[in-house]
Design a binder for this molecule. Structure first.
Ligand SMILES: Nc1ncnc2c1ncn2[C@@H]1O[C@H](COP(=O)(O)OP(=O)(O)O)[C@@H](O)[C@H]1O
Ligand SMILES: [Mg+2]
Length: 229
């Protein structure tokens, strides 16, 4: 089966001579939930942007066997700040918008948006604007907007940032039930431990370790080296 993501020796710098990603390799297979863990500044967001083709990295990169830009419609992205994705009068319209932008009719778009909101436990909030919702609900609404197009890969950047414990547990429970391949950048080890089927630890733009989340995240020396504790 073609891997969902196949990246080999990715290198990227914002400024000449200062590499932010140094030979990062990564493979994600269908059905996996892969964590990119690392301290602030480790390069997690930059790696996600490179994988999405939003930054042009050196190295070999394929999504579903294609150059990333050609695979864009198969990927749902949830950026760190849900406000970037939610600005319509209701979250139903926020979730329907990407479908309408793809030429899907109003009725069908709204129906699929409703299903996506139900998948994240927000069906009863569908007619409310994002600004009236809690941060945890807004995060889930942004996930619904990404899910509405039925992506084969869901990419999430710091999905638990600034959430309280209860909202984090609810979010993990919602994501756990979604039958979609995931790539999750986060420094929230408890969250990743619950959700990820495999983990990569980034430090200073390099892969420090890769493997079973339970094993990596219980290795205190490794976490210390990664700046995660
Ligand atoms: N737009 C930018 N211009 C220059 N340097 C940047 C930019 N964005 C991020 N960086 C630098 O790249 C490194 C990795 O950042 P980032 O990918 O945001 O890390 P993380 O998501 O793991 O916190 C940091 O040293 C950061 O300062
Ligand atoms: Mg980041």
């Amino acid at each position: 089966m073609t891997p969902v993501i196949e990246a080999e020796d990715l290198r990227f710098c914002f400024e000449p001579g200062r590499e932010v990603l140094r030979k990062v390799s990564l493979r994600v297979l269908a059905g996996e939930r892969v964590a990119i863990a690392g301290a602030n500044g480790a390069g997690k967001s930059t790696l996600l942007w490179c994988l999405l083709g939003l930054h042009r990295a050196e190295g070999r990169l394929r999504l579903f066997g294609l150059p990333p830009r050609q695979a864009r419609s198969r990927v749902g992205v949830v950026f760190q700040n849900p406000e970037d994705q939610l600005f319509m009068p209701t979250i139903l319209e926020d979730a329907a918008l990407p479908l309408i932008n793809r030429g899907i009719g109003q009725e069908q778009a709204r129906e699929r948006a409703r299903q996506a909101l139900a998948a994240v436990g927000l069906e009863s909030e569908a007619e409310r604007p994002a600004r009236r919702l809690s941060l945890g609900q807004r995060k889930r609404a942004a996930i619904a907007a990404a899910l509405a197009c039925d992506p084969e890969l869901l990419v999430l950047d710091e999905p638990t940032a600034e959430l309280d414990g209860r909202a984090v547990r609810l979010l993990a429970a919602v994501l756990e039930r979604l039958p979609v391949t995931m790539l999750i950048a986060s420094h929230d080890l408890a969250f990743l431990r619950r959700l990820a089927t495999r983990a990569l630890i980034l430090r200073d733009g390099s892969v420090l370790a890769e493997g079973d989340p339970e094993r990596l995240f219980s290795n205190e020396a490794l976490l210390e080296e990664a700046g995660l504790i």
